[in-house]
Design a protein around this ligand. Structure first.
Ligand code: NAP
Length: 284
């Protein structure tokens, strides 16, 4: 029996075990996927206690996506550029390779929104948040032809650090950083083609920003990375007639890519998606 995990803090509601275990069963792979809810300080001891012969790999979520990079044998260039790893493959001899499949999840979601087509990329994109998921989103956008971005975050210094890092690796980029306020939101929305919400807790009615999409052009696309239920963010955007998508496709795409990395087999994507949809109260 082989094992895979998700490591993170406060992950008891994660859908990943249900999705991955369904995939293992469907493909006749003798493996299980379990949750490892860790304290901030227990990452190192967890890594050294791993039974490397049993474990095929693991996923990593908040708050360990950056810290995990210290313990890995190799890190691919995509993860290096993003500054975060969400998938680790363990191969014979205990080599640990770090990869980032959130990238794939974001790309496939932006494709369904039509946001990776030529004309869409000419417009500005807004990213709300400056954590790991925002970082991956910024990288996807710059790598796929966007050059004008606005990052809005509660902690402006964190967004500034992110923008400086990416502006120095993407020379033609222009990344504006503004505080997370209604005034700034209303101003930025007017000339943007895409808004990505990577603030945690976007399902809450206590969403930290008073939302006003009324100035957005009708073709503006909205992507909320949350997936547990229909968020206030998406509901408000839809009321303004905007095209919206939640984070379910991203979740399932990153899970399917991780499965393929660990097993070398094609993931049963449809089954993984229908399993995930059954467990949530919203659809893509
Ligand atoms: N669909 C998927 O597959 C997928 C994958 C990854 C992540 N996600 C989702 O994306 C979201 C972000 O994840 P992450 O890994 O980037 O988390 P993270 O690194 O912890 O970043 C959290 C972000 O949310 C902001 N934030 C949190 N609480 C806030 C509040 N009360 N008011 C204002 N801002 C607040 C933080 O601002 P500060 O910098 O000011 O603290 C930061 O920008 C989560 O909801 C996560 O579930 C979805």
């Amino acid at each position: 029996l082989k094992r895979a995990f998700l490591i993170g803090k406060g992950i008891s509601n994660s859908l990943s075990p249900i999705i991955q275990n369904a995939a293992f069963r469907k493909m006749g792979i003798d493996a299980t996927y379990e949750l490892e809810d860790l304290n901030r300080r227990s990452l190192k001891s967890f890594i050294s206690s791993l039974k490397l012969t049993d474990t095929i790999g693991f996923n990593v979520t908040s708050p360990f996506k950056e810290e995990i990079m210290r313990y890995l044998t190799t890190i691919d260039s995509r993860s290096e550029n993003i500054g975060a790893v969400n998938t680790v493959k363990i191969s014979n001899g205990g080599r640990m390779a770090g990869l980032n499949t959130d990238y794939d999840g974001i790309v496939s979601t932006l494709r369904t929104l039509g946001s990776l087509r030529g004309s869409a990329k000419q417009r500005k994109a807004i990213i709300l948040g400056a954590g790991g998921a925002a970082r991956a989103s910024v990288y996807v956008l710059l790598k796929n032809g966007y050059s004008k971005l606005t990052i809005m975050n509660r902690t402006v210094a964190k967004a500034k650090e992110l923008s400086n890092q990416f502006e120095s690796s993407f020379h033609n980029s222009n990344i504006n950083v503004v505080p997370l306020t209604k005034t700034e939101f209303v101003k930025s929305v007017q000339d943007s083609g895409l808004i990505i919400n990577a603030i945690s807790g976007s399902n809450s009615k206590f969403y930290p920003l008073k939302l006003d999409f009324s100035g957005a052009a009708t073709e503006t696309a909205i992507f909320d990375l949350g997936y547990k239920e229909d968020s206030l963010f998406l509901k408000t955007a839809r009321k303004n007639g905007l095209k919206t998508v939640n984070g379910l496709l991203m979740l399932v795409t990153q899970a399917a890519k991780s499965f393929e990395i660990w097993t070398g087999r094609k993931a049963p994507f449809k089954l993984m998606m229908s399993t995930a949809k059954r467990e949530t109260r919203c659809s893509v």
